[in-house]
Design a protein around this ligand. Structure first.
Ligand code: ZN
Length: 262
């Protein structure tokens, strides 16, 4: 069986600058998430970070990536626009993308959603109870009907996202707010999953249920179909090459064979 190549992209800032985060995640949050994925037989997970050349996401690396996971918070603005477009093209061509927690404000998520992706929030270490809303969905396979995280950052509605393809989990917070904690999209040939838990000062990615969701989500987001070569291609079709004879009418702005205009 083919192994799913997953790349966990980590911003890798707080792990190096904040003692609490470094103690919870001595191998970085990306390292902890990759370890969770590698517990599955069918997943081969590696990591990439903001500080690497091209943020670790070269054309060659992305070409062999089946599913990309994205955790960022403090340095969204430091991610090069060219790399964001490269990742967007890869998603449109069929690469899976899993956006975690504060990645809701990442350039790539906002680029693919086309909306502000804003939300309300509170950092109080309060309890979160996550409810499964779609029992048969592969992303929640093996989960109980609900589970709790003793401490999470509150993310509350309204969440400025487009209406999801599926809402598979809803989170309730001790302070009373609710949030669409697990939502899916399709962008081009790529599957996208946003998953809310994962504030860096709490041990969320050590939680067994969270790790199950991450593994399930990678398997769900994997699209074994062949990649489209150029997702931005917009070829012109000439009058002469039409399948049936057509008579050209009216004025025209472009010559046959011109490259797509955009
Ligand atoms: Zn957070």
């Amino acid at each position: 069986m083919k192994q799913i190549n997953a790349v966990v992209w980590g911003e890798n800032v707080h792990e190096r600058t904040n003692k609490i985060v470094a103690e919870i995640y001595p191998d970085g949050m990306h390292g902890c998430i990759a370890a969770a994925l590698n517990e599955a037989d069918g997943i081969n997970a590696t990591t990439a970070t903001l500080q690497e050349p091209e943020h670790g996401l070269t054309v060659e690396r992305l070409a062999e990536t089946d599913v990309l996971l994205w955790w960022g918070h403090a340095a969204h603005g430091d991610v090069e626009d060219e790399i964001v477009e490269r990742v967007a093209d890869a998603v449109n061509a069929g690469m899976g993308l899993i956006v975690l927690h504060s990645g809701h404000f990442s350039k790539i998520f906002r680029r693919l959603m086309g909306t502000p992706c804003n939300l309300s929030w509170r950092e109080a270490g309060e309890r979160e109870r996550i409810w499964v809303t779609s029992r048969q969905h592969p992303i929640v396979r093996g989960l109980p009907d609900h589970f709790e995280l003793e401490s999470e950052e509150m993310y509350g509605e309204p969440f400025g996202i487009p209406e999801p393809m599926e809402t598979v989990m809803i989170g309730w917070f001790q302070g009373g707010e609710v949030f669409r904690s697990g939502v899916t999209y399709r962008r081009g040939a790529g599957k996208v999953f946003y998953f809310q838990p994962g504030h860096e000062t709490y041990p969320t990615y050590h939680d067994a249920n969270i790790r199950t969701v991450l593994r399930n989500a990678v398997a769900w987001a994997y699209n074994p179909e062949a990649r489209i070569q150029d997702v931005n291609a917009a070829p012109n079709r000439s009058v002469e090459d039409a399948l049936e004879a057509i008579e050209q009418k009216g004025p025209r702005l472009h010559e046959d064979g011109e490259e797509g205009f955009r």
